[in-house]
Design a protein around this ligand. Sequence first.
Ligand code: KMH
Ligand code: ZN
Length: 277
Amino acid sequence: VIVTPPESPLVLTAAIVGAEVTRAHTPHLPITAQELADEAARCRDAGAAVIHLHVRNADGTPSQSTELFGEAISRIREKTDVIIQTSTGGAVGMSVEERLGPLACKPEMATLNCGTINFGDDIFVNTRPDIRAIARRIREAGSIAELECYEVGHIHEALALLKEGLLGAPLHFQFVLGVPGAIMPSEEVVLFMRSQIPAGASWAVAAVGRYQKPMTELAIKLGGHARVGLEDNIYLEKGVLSEGSAPLVARAAAYARSLGREIVDPDRARVLLGIPT
Ligand code: KMH
Ligand code: ZN
């Protein structure tokens, strides 16, 4: 078991838009490049060092277009110094090539989804050859991979990639818990997943829906990092919509401070995550 001291620096990630949430679910979803930039800046002010980024077409449907990502990234850059982590997961049903659109923008970070899961009533497909192809492309883009693990076996797949030379240490794991059809969040699950990662690797928890708050607090308590935001959860409390992702970041930051954890700014996070500055 890896023991991370609770006073260790905390990297908060805000997943501000995602691919699935719509304006019908919440009116607080950012869609345009300017809205994404404004929201990224608000989340940075609330304590986020990383923005996990998807983009949308004007009609709100998900896109992985290089052009839309380029626009969103430059708007965000005008307003704030956050680390921008682009999705390579996109939306269910997109081709691998389509999903890789944002890598042409050479983002500082990009997600690498480490396996296939049932994703609600859909299947989020990440074949083993696809995972390897995406890992290569992330490396060619000069981006640092964040390893999205929706099941325990996805961690083992990431370790295989490390052995194959497709990933460099230190590894950055995101335990994505509570997707309907995949592993559900609990303390036991987090402790077991944490026990499977190598020494020196970092880990975070992103939990879906009503699990977001308790699992964020658990991760912070255990010395891990955490991701919150509308991509994973639109509610501040039962029945109360969050007015964007920033209130969710602010709440996680307040909890972390109450435990004495230091919330790092983007530059410090770059050092921790091995992102060239
Ligand atoms: N939208 C999900 C199917 C990622 O960003 O890399 C995949 C996803 C993961 O959101
Ligand atoms: Zn995502």
